[in-house]
Design a protein around this ligand. Sequence first.
Ligand SMILES: [Zn+2]
Length: 219
Amino acid sequence: MRLASSLAVLAVIPTIVVASPGSVLPSVPPTMKPALGEKGYAFPVYGPSSFGDTFGAARSDVSGGWHHGDDIFAPLGAPVLAVAHGTVFSVGWEKVGGRRLWLRDDRGNLFYYAHLSAYSPLAVNGAIVNAGDVLGFVGDSGDAEGTPYHLHFEIHPIGLVDRGYDGAVDPTSYLRSWRHVQTLQLDTGADWTPSVLGSTAPRAGAVLLGSSVLPALTR
Ligand SMILES: [Zn+2]
């Protein structure tokens, strides 16, 4: 009854509650690894990269006190890719995530990307993208400044959105199974000149409008 349970989740999240930074209680990382319900997911970094399983590791500055994703190490400027067809949202600066964005796939699963060095023209709120599209480039922005360049990547399955930001699962097994894109899909009709100096994304603690299903995002 996957559909029924998904609908139940939709029904119980009429509004978005965002935890205020600094008032975060410790929580426990989810241990489940639910199927995301779609095929053809793409690995989120193009070219050579490496990652280990650091999901759940202690992080004093993060909601719940644990690492909500994995860090994928790659050279500065390595293309960051959409893992699925879906909608880009919450594009912009956040003090921990730096240049970050979220992607919601067509099933409602959410993916969080952080520490980008720059965005592509597709990284705008509401953009519809395909798996493998370039969303930005690996960097060390936010609290990763000065650390080895990496993409911080999280998976928030649709079935856990009622847990808010803590509804993240260990991305390691997913990342290991996803295909590595061999050919970049660049939209040559788009303007690749950076156009956003200020951030148009909601600040942490702000209410995200215009979407029916969003978790409590604190990042
Ligand atoms: Zn990380």
